[in-house]
Ligand binder design. Structure first.
Ligand SMILES: NC(=O)c1ccc[n+]([C@@H]2O[C@H](COP(=O)([O-])OP(=O)(O)OC[C@H]3O[C@@H](n4cnc5c(N)ncnc54)[C@H](OP(=O)(O)O)[C@@H]3O)[C@@H](O)[C@H]2O)c1
Length: 314
């Protein structure tokens, strides 16, 4: 079968021919139709996420069919199997049936990225009318966070990122009410301009580092910053007076602290939010043969969820 593998630290995935996975107790084989790429796939190859054992098949999530034809989403394969291949092996508890009528690319855009947005925002407990700042708003986590925050009762949703064109497109679609361009030399000033009278009540932070530091200084008294990613840095430095009367939470939505049943329930809530809000998350599609191009795009700032077409129709 075809599989995109990476052979060693700092390597690049390439397509090769591998034997089909064997039968393993407690796991099921899935004929993959679509797969997704995400920032942690890149971090894993760099050795900074999940202690990689090489070689392995890249890709952490996908959609495919069980032997009986059931259409399923999966978020974890049994190592060294992954998602970007014709057939993968997945623990039974990580196989989540999905309806035939939902768009595969949207489900992949929603799953890991969506849980990374919705779980922290649920934990922030947004009150009606609150002002919510979404950092990294142009990426999949940010786009979903903006849409979810509004459905959870946010009064104003402000999006911040470096690309003003991508931000403006989201504002034009009504996803964001206001935009803040980061990275022009004065993140503090830019974020303060849109903080309203009180400051931001809730911040969804997939960036950490300098932009999150600046954002914390614009948080309202009693406000909550929910950090779930490190796209801009792995550390943050704040004085106590900058943190005082504000709350910072580091959130993990993954399998290390949440059972498959909890994550499955959150996934069902996510699909319900998306259906109710008629969400349309930006995706960009590559065929499996172009894994190198998809990988290069994920290493940059694609402003969309990258989905890999393995064998499926929409
Ligand atoms: N903790 C969890 O359970 C969980 C779950 C899902 C995702 N995550 C994490 O959440 C983060 C976001 O995921 P994503 O898929 O939305 O990622 P992404 O598309 O790669 O990045 C999101 C946005 O961040 C901005 N950005 C990228 N690098 C930046 C930098 N150096 N400085 C400032 N802004 C930068 C980009 O916008 P501009 O180019 O416009 O600035 C991009 O659109 C990742 O770190 C991911 O691993 C965590």
């Amino acid at each position: 079968m075809r599989a995109a593998i990476v052979e060693g630290l700092n390597g690049h995935p390439f397509l090769t021919d591998l034997p089909e996975p064997p039968e393993v107790a407690g796991a099921v084989r899935i004929a993959v139709e679509w797969a997704g790429l995400q920032p942690t796939d890149v971090l894993r190859v760099l050795g900074t996420y999940k202690n990689p054992v090489f070689p392995y098949v890249v890709g952490g999530e996908g959609i495919g069919r069980l032997d009986d034809g059931t259409r399923v989403y999966f978020g974890h394969s049994v190592p060294p199997h992954g998602a970007i291949c014709d057939t993968t092996l997945v623990p039974e508890a990580e196989v989540w049936p999905i309806p035939e009528d939902v768009d595969a690319k949207q489900v992949i855009a929603l799953a890991i990225a969506g849980l990374g947005a919705v779980i922290p925002l649920e934990e922030a407990n947004i009150r009606n009318g609150e002002r919510v700042l979404i950092l990294g708003a142009t990426g999949p986590v940010g786009q979903i966070g903006a849409l979810a925050a509004r459905q959870m009762g946010a009064g104003v949703v402000v999006g911040a990122a470096r690309s003003i064109d991508a931000l403006q497109r989201l504002k034009d679609r009504g996803v964001l009410d206001a935009v803040v361009q980061l990275g022009t030399g004065d993140d503090d000033g830019a974020l303060a301009k849109e903080k309203g009278e009180r400051g931001y009540d809730v911040v969804l932070d997939p960036l950490f580092g300098a932009p999150a530091e600046a954002a914390m200084r614009s948080v309202a008294e009693g406000g909550r910053m929910m950090s779930i990613g490190t796209r801009a840095g792995r550390t943050m430095t704040l004085t106590l007076s900058e943190l005082r009367r504000r709350h910072h939470h580091g959130v993990d939505t993954g399998e290390l602290i949440r059972s498959p049943a909890d994550r499955k329930a959150a996934f069902q809530r996510l699909l319900a939010y998306a259906k109710a809000g008629n969400w349309d998350i930006d995706t960009v599609e590559y065929p499996i043969e172009q894994i190198d191009r998809a990988w290069a795009a994920q290493n940059g700032s694609p402003h969309a969820k990258i989905v890999i077409k393995v064998a499926g129709d929409v």
